[in-house]
Design a protein around this ligand. Structure first.
Ligand code: URA
Length: 271
């Protein structure tokens, strides 16, 4: 079995923090392209006429439930005094079209008094099956990222913008995000984190209200006001993006962002 030191070293290497000298540094954008043989052939000079496309299937119409018990009114959400009360109140939610399609409601998990909170986009297949956030491949990487700043997953709190899986893992629509945002706000009010790290563009847009690209926004402190409190927000890349773009630059950026968040929570309290 690996020693703890070796495991730590492996994690840092995976995040691109170690091995910087040994590995060749990519200098040209070309370096991230597949080898020429694997690339698609160049386009022919005269483009072939595209085959006629089938008309897209009409989007299914969402009919709001007649039984309002599935849609907790805002008063019930505001009255939830603990995370457990809140989960109990909202787990049957059918306030948007995602509700009827879920297998499990993914409320979020972690230390109810966490100083560091992560907010992702929404559950994927593994999360929908297990009812827990970030338990698939992206979750494995998130756990490693958290470990690399000296914390354990359970010392943080992990939640998503939407609590039910969007079909085919698509980005939640603004309406779906809005239907769920009150729940996330109440979670934040109850946890009172010192810092929120947003993972990817969706939580930055829906929670912080910024539509700037994540490549530009990452690493730059933002703020969000929730329940009368201003909370510093550190935007970074979504772990699923890191898995897709597994370059040293991307991994190093995430490491820098999480380090900044950790430094913030570790700073001495102001007197
Ligand atoms: N991606 C997310 O944004 N959240 C999860 O919980 C899992 C994958």
């Amino acid at each position: 079995m690996d020693s703890p030191l070796q495991a730590w070293r492996d994690t840092l290497e995976e995040l691109g923090v170690m091995g910087l000298v040994r590995e060749p540094v990519a200098t040209a954008p070309e370096a991230d392209l597949p080898p020429a043989a694997a690339r698609p052939p160049a386009r022919p000079a005269v483009a072939a006429r595209p085959a006629p496309r089938a008309a897209p299937a009409p989007a299914p119409t969402y009919v709001p439930p007649a039984d309002p018990r599935g849609c907790p009114p805002p008063g019930v959400v505001a009255a939830a005094a603990t995370l457990a009360d809140l989960e109990q109140a909202i787990q049957g939610c059918l306030a948007c079209p995602l509700g009827p399609g879920r297998l499990k409601f993914v409320f979020g998990e972690g230390d109810p008094r966490a100083r560091l909170m992560f907010v992702g986009e929404g559950p994927g297949r593994d999360e929908d099956l297990q009812g827990r956030p970030f338990v698939g491949k992206a979750g494995e990487l998130l756990d490693k990222m958290i470990g690399a700043i000296g914390l354990k997953r359970e010392e943080t709190y992990i939640a998503n913008v939407v609590k039910c899986r969007p079909p085919d893992n698509r980005t939640p629509s603004p309406e779906e995000a809005r239907a769920c945002l009150g729940y996330l706000h109440r979670q934040i009010e109850l946890i009172q984190p010192a810092v929120i790290v947003t993972l990817g563009a969706t939580p930055l847009r829906e929670l912080v209200g910024l539509s700037e690209g994540i490549t530009k926004a990452r690493g730059q402190w933002k703020r969000v006001r929730v329940g009368g409190r201003e909370i510093p927000v550190m935007p970074t890349f979504h772990p699923a993006y890191v898995l897709r773009q597994y370059t040293q630059d991307v991994r190093r950026s995430v490491w820098e962002d999480l380090k900044a968040a950790k430094e913030w929570i570790d700073r001495p309290a102001e007197s």
